[in-house]
Design a protein around this ligand. Structure first.
Ligand code: ATP
Length: 469
């Protein structure tokens, strides 16, 4: 095949990318049709002119050809044209046998469309981000996710909506509930949802401060109050809570000797530091919490009744985890996600049966114990989905009962009077068939039937084929 000039000309003119050739002085000696399209200028007008003509007459920004001539090397730049295009130009020198530049060949790619697609993609990514955050907000408020707090489910939903209401007021709140049910968390939630949220949130756990230091730690002391005291005096925790919330954890353990001081604090918002006679005023809301039975402590005269009623204006009972229904499922999923992220693992999912099994456990340590269990599950499970075997490894005594499948429902229509004519194998087959039929119609997969009956999956498949197919 002979390739003559018209062949090459046709090919070059059909190229979507522009091609432009200049001599060693930057004078344009060739350009293809795409050139005309990019700059809106005819070949006749440009050929014979210096490349800077385009820049000097406002057709385009800088050309890479002069720099390529100077450097004797390939130069690429981005160029904007008066027709609104964005181009990437690469100018490459062609040398003669003496190493002198003969021509500069410039090829030009129009990236206007690419830029448009890129900016569309960026717009869409921004949109997706916005929708994602809207969905997350919706998820939080509608489904009960409050930052790190899961209030999903009817029981917890109503407790948190009461807490939100209470937060708007300044009344004292008493939180009751077993250890690990989230009393501290809801106390912080009330503080954060109140107009005191920018003020301090001070927690005092009466059991962690030695009894002989309790009064001075809580109420502070005046200079020279006692031997060994700081000569400048000390500000107590109660005063540090000024403008915010004072959270008294384990309120049932406040010694009787200090209860009068707390009564004064809760009634008048005043207190007297150790060694002083002048009361100090503080602006605080008091939230208290206890796991103890304060009513029987009152009966035994270990807790002052007047203090109890001052602190317990609104009472919120945190139910144990075993009584929370859907909230437990929300917490399981939340902690799975949290620990998967924390341990740098892909997010694990959990099977329905594993959830069922976790729901059967009674969690004496409440959420703290659940956290511990989920951490173990995330670590030990080798599959993406946590299943009953994993739960069994962590909670060996918990079993899934077979709900409505029991011997009565399985065998109700077996006619035992007809057994006389049958062999033992036939009778066993008859029972086996009933069992397989019942389980298969409930669980619909050989895998689950095998799991429920504690047999291998191949045995379950064989029995299903034998009796049902
Ligand atoms: N609604 C919730 N959603 C998610 N995590 C929670 C929730 N409530 C509590 N937690 C978590 O459970 C753990 C125990 O909660 P918290 O310390 O508030 O319980 P508590 O009742 O104050 O316990 P204790 O009586 O032992 O002081 C904490 O790690 C907390 O973050």
């Amino acid at each position: 095949m002979i390739f003559d000039n018209s062949f090459y000309k046709k090919i070059l003119d059909s190229s979507h990318d522009e091609i432009c050739v200049s001599d060693r002085n930057g004078i344009i000696i060739y350009c293809n049709r795409a050139f005309e399209f990019n700059y809106g200028i005819s070949k006749d007008e440009i050929i014979g002119k210096h490349v800077d003509y385009l820049k000097n007459h406002g057709y385009a920004s800088e050309s890479p050809i002069p720099e390529s001539i100077n450097k004797k090397s390939t130069v690429s730049i981005r160029q904007d044209t008066h027709t609104g295009k964005t181009l990437i130009l690469t100018a490459a020198p062609v040398f003669d046998k003496n190493g002198n530049i003969e021509y500069i060949v410039e090829n030009v790619r129009d990236i206007t469309e690419l830029n448009r697609i890129k900016s569309m993609l960026e717009d869409s990514q921004r949109e997706v981000k916005r929708y994602k955050s809207e969905v997350e907000n919706f998820y939080r408020t509608a489904l009960g996710y409050e930052d790190n707090i899961i209030c999903e489910g009817k029981v917890m939903g109503s407790i948190f909506s009461r807490a939100r209401q209470v937060a708007k007021t300044n009344v004292n709140v008493m939180l009751l509930g077993e250890s690990g049910t989230g009393k501290s968390s809801i106390a912080k939630f009330i503080h954060d949802s109140s107009n005191r949220s920018s003020g301090p949130f001070i927690t005092i756990n009466c059991t962690t401060i030695p009894p002989h230091l309790l009064e001075s730690e809580l109420f502070g002391y005046k200079s020279g109050a006692f031997t060994g005291a700081n000569p400048k005096g000390k500000t107590g925790l109660v005063e540090l809570a000024d403008g915010g919330t004072l959270f008294l954890d384990e309120i049932g353990d406040i010694p009787l000797s200090l209860q009068a001081k707390f009564l004064q604090l809760s009634q008048e918002r005043t207190f007297i530091p150790v060694g002083s006679v002048t009361p100090k005023k503080v602006d605080i809301r008091i939230i208290s919490a206890t796991n103890a039975d304060l009513k029987s402590k009152m009966k035994e005269k270990l807790f002052r009744e007047d203090l109890y009623y001052r602190l317990n204006v609104i009472e919120l009972k945190m139910p144990p985890l075993r009584d929370r229904g859907e909230n437990l499922i929300g917490l399981i999923k939340y902690y799975l996600r949290k620990y998967s992220i924390e341990f740098g693992m892909p997010e694990k999912s959990i099977s329905e049966y594993a959830i069922e099994m976790l729901s059967k456990y009674d969690y004496p340590g409440n959420i703290r114990e659940l956290q511990n269990i989920i951490q173990k599950l995330v670590i030990i499970s080798v599959n993406e989905t946590i299943d009953v075997d994993d739960v069994r490894a962590v909670l060996p005594r918990v079993k899934i009962d077979h709900e409505s499948i029991n011997s009565e429902t399985i065998f109700e229509d077996i006619d035992e009077d007809n057994f006389e004519d049958k062999s033992l194998d036939d009778i066993i087959d008859e029972y086996e068939k009933k069992i397989i039929k019942k389980y298969y119609s409930k669980y619909k997969s050989s895998y689950k039937v095998a799991e429920k009956l504690g047999i291998s999956q191949s045995k379950a498949s064989r029995l299903i084929r034998k009796y049902l197919k």
